[in-house]
Design a protein around this ligand. Structure first.
Ligand code: LLP
Length: 449
């Protein structure tokens, strides 16, 4: 249980840049009152500050390019819709997709294939065909099986596909186990230490329908400093050198993935974007220098850090239930009209969030609250420990910050809840990014309904 002081105001490190209280005391995003958003689009509703998302995309591209990188891809898995694909490409970013479905969305947005990169540890033949037909710029190879699969499709289509090899370098990123990916004992990539990665390169370069562009290493997610990237750079540079010396193969490109962290709660303190970019790129340059190899073209794939802080979820309070704990302490369960179906991150990763009373200001004493959803599970928690005004009542609106990444994209229809609408706000205007699902949408899948 958190016993620290309740946060006051809307910390700009956590909330989107346009978040403010209007004269009625209600939270406003992009100049739109959250009460109007709920009136128009129902509750819950995901709200994206479009200017904030676009500015972060530009900030990332500029910071990483100034630090020496050549390409920044937006990691679509964090959140994707055609509007978002357009925001990102208009900011000069490529897009990293991890499935045929994500690829379809990006193509429907009119984004040309050459700026795209495709991931996945088990891409189907159909996904590979779709990607190659669309002219996707890079396919990231993740297994021995896939080398043959991608080469066969490319061969059939009569083209030469540029590929990167995803390698695991044995670095443990300081993040939750389920979102750390560069340690050895997990499903992604091929291990450098075991020799599998070297063997994979040997096989790739023999195949005329594949062109080996270089290496990919993604450490994990929600990383606050550059130390993991430093360690990865040391190991990737040593591996690149061994490829040159033992196989005569050059690594033209190095993609270090995404994973740059954001502030969810007060006290979260990730490195500034430009500083992180400088540190990572500098360390790659110096490690390549030490290894005596040419510095490859550098690419990155941030997702969360671009779209996460731009998103806010608005919920309506349905019930308020004080529970007496030991020593006379009271925790008040505040139930909202969504929950683990629209934000699974608290249940899955013990993620922490900031929440405020959004529909009005209150001067009531703060109370220790737990914001919970409406699903049939006690683990259905949105914000485990929150300070909310003690006069919160049914009908009030709550806003949860930094829900732009991995909330809508990991949402479900648990308990047959329709997914909330996703609304972009800017300059006092709203636009529908994804409409709210209806129960009819869900029933349409059931031939007996
Ligand atoms: N590149 C690759 C190869 C990835 O696997 C990922 C994320 C990214 C880039 C983007 O990472 P980001 O910059 O967004 O951290 N669902 C988890 C995060 C899983 C990340 C999966 N891969 C969460 O909600 O925290």
């Amino acid at each position: 249980m958190r016993n620290d002081k309740p946060a006051v105001g809307l910390d700009p490190a956590i909330w989107p840049s346009s978040a403010r209280r209007n004269s009625a005391g209600a939270l406003e995003l992009g100049g739109v009152d959250c009460r109007d958003l709920v009136a128009a689009y129902e509750s819950p509703v995901y709200v994206f500050d479009e200017i904030d998302a676009r500015s972060r995309a530009q900030l990332f591209r500029q910071a990483y390019e100034s630090a020496g990188a050549t390409t920044v891809y937006y990691a679509a898995k964090a959140f994707l819709a055609t509007a978002v694909a357009k925001w990102m490409t208009e900011a000069g970013l490529g897009v990293d997709v991890a499935s045929g479905g994500e690829l379809e969305v990006v193509l429907r947005a009119g984004v040309p294939g050459h700026g795209l990169l495709m991931h996945g540890n088990n891409k189907s033949i159909a996904e590979i065909e779709l990607a190659l037909t669309a002219g996707v710029g890079r396919i990231v190879i993740d297994s021995f099986d896939e080398i043959v699969r991608v080469a066969d499709v490319a061969n059939r289509l009569g083209l030469v596909q540029q590929v990167l090899l995803r390698v695991t370098v044995g670095v443990e990123a300081h993040t939750h186990e389920f979102i750390a990916t560069a340690h050895e004992d997990q499903k992604f990539g091929l291990s450098v230490a075991s020799g599998d990665a070297a063997e994979a390169v040997r096989r790739i370069v023999k195949l005329p329908s594949l062109s080996f562009a270089g290496l990919h290493s993604h450490l994990g997610s929600q990383i606050f400093d550059s130390s993991g990237f430093h360690e990865a750079a040391v190991r990737v540079a040593a591996f690149a050198r061994s490829l040159r010396d033992e196989q005569g193969v050059g690594v033209r490109e190095l993609n270090l993935g995404g994973g740059m962290g954001i502030a969810y709660i007060e006290g979260d303190d990730p490195l500034e974007v430009a500083e992180m970019a400088e540190q990572i790129c500098a360390v790659v340059r110096s490690e390549c220098g030490l290894a005596g190899i040419e510095v490859p073209a550098l690419a990155f794939e941030p997702g969360r850090a671009i779209i996460g802080p731009a998103g806010v979820t608005i919920y309506e309070v349905g019930t308020v239930k004080p529970i007496e704990l030991d020593e006379g302490l009271v925790r008040t369960y505040v139930s909202v009209d969504g929950g683990m179906s629209d934000n699974i991150r608290t249940a899955l990763y013990e993620a922490k969030y900031s929440v405020v009373l959004a529909s009005r200001l209150s001067s009531a004493e703060p109370m220790l609250a737990r914001v919970v959803g409406k699903h049939c599970e006690s683990g259905d928690i949105v914000v485990r420990d929150a300070w909310l005004p003690s006069d919160v009542v049914p009908g009030d609106l709550l806003a949860v910050a930094a829900t732009g990444a991995y909330c809508r994209s990991m949402s479900s229809n648990y308990n047959y809840l329709p997914r909330p609408a996703v609304i972009a706000v800017r300059d006092r205007l709203t636009s529908v990014v994804l409409r709210r699902e209806t129960t009819e949408d869900l029933l349409a899948l059931d031939p007996g309904a």
